[in-house]
Design a protein around this ligand. Structure first.
Ligand code: GLN
Length: 193
């Protein structure tokens, strides 16, 4: 069974675990850095990115996570998780982990469209467009050369990106019944060379 865990310091980690359970995977809740030795892939969920980043530091995850990413651990950040894995933010806080070569803006959709849903074409998954749920979502402003855009808004701004074994989505696939992006991530975890 692919060894996928969900960072469980804050945010909607339970929903990710449920989505993985639909794929037959019992994903542990990762609460301490030493648990990272037991997994090959980690999901950093949505929630509140300044809180998640603070707890990452308080529990001593920062250096270990950066080291694990260098060693090839697959990592997927959703929403607040996308903010946490970014290299650069247009916001002053939080201090991101600098894992993916992307620049991200928090709360990119203003008050009136704090939350919205849209069907968007998504590379690397089969079938119809993905129903994306955005909740006070971030957006990607810039991507580095080694980053592939998997999905973008009509105005061209990316909302899903992949760089090697790292994935980031601005929306919440764990809040829908569609497991195709979880399935993509599990395949990324299994692709370990
Ligand atoms: N707006 C939140 C933040 O900046 C992210 C929202 C979410 O994860 N749904 O941390």
């Amino acid at each position: 069974m692919p060894r996928v865990g969900v960072l469980a310091v804050q945010g909607d980690f339970l929903e990710h675990r449920q989505a993985l359970r639909r794929l037959g995977i019992d994903a542990p809740e990762i609460r301490l850095p030493k648990q990272l030795d037991e997994i090959d892939g980690l999901i950093i969920p949505g929630g509140e990115s300044t809180t998640i980043a603070q707890l990452i530091d308080i529990y001593g995850f920062r250096d270990v996570l950066r080291q694990k990413a260098r060693e090839g651990m697959a990592i997927w950040g959703t929403c607040a998780g996308m903010i946490v894995v970014a290299d650069r933010l247009t916001d002053r806080r939080p201090e991101p982990l600098r894992l993916m070569d992307i620049e991200v803006s928090r709360n990119a959709f203003g008050r009136q469209v704090d939350s919205f849903e849209a069907d968007i074409d998504f590379q690397e998954i089969e079938g119809e467009p993905f129903h994306c749920v955005f909740i006070r979502a971030p957006v990607v402003n810039r991507v580095g050369e080694s980053v592939k855009v998997l999905a973008a808004l009509d105005d061209g701004r990316p909302i899903a990106v992949r760089q090697g074994r790292m994935l980031a989505t601005a929306f919440h696939p764990e809040l829908t019944d569609d497991s195709r992006i979880h399935d993509l991530f599990v395949r990324m975890v299994e692709e370990r060379d």
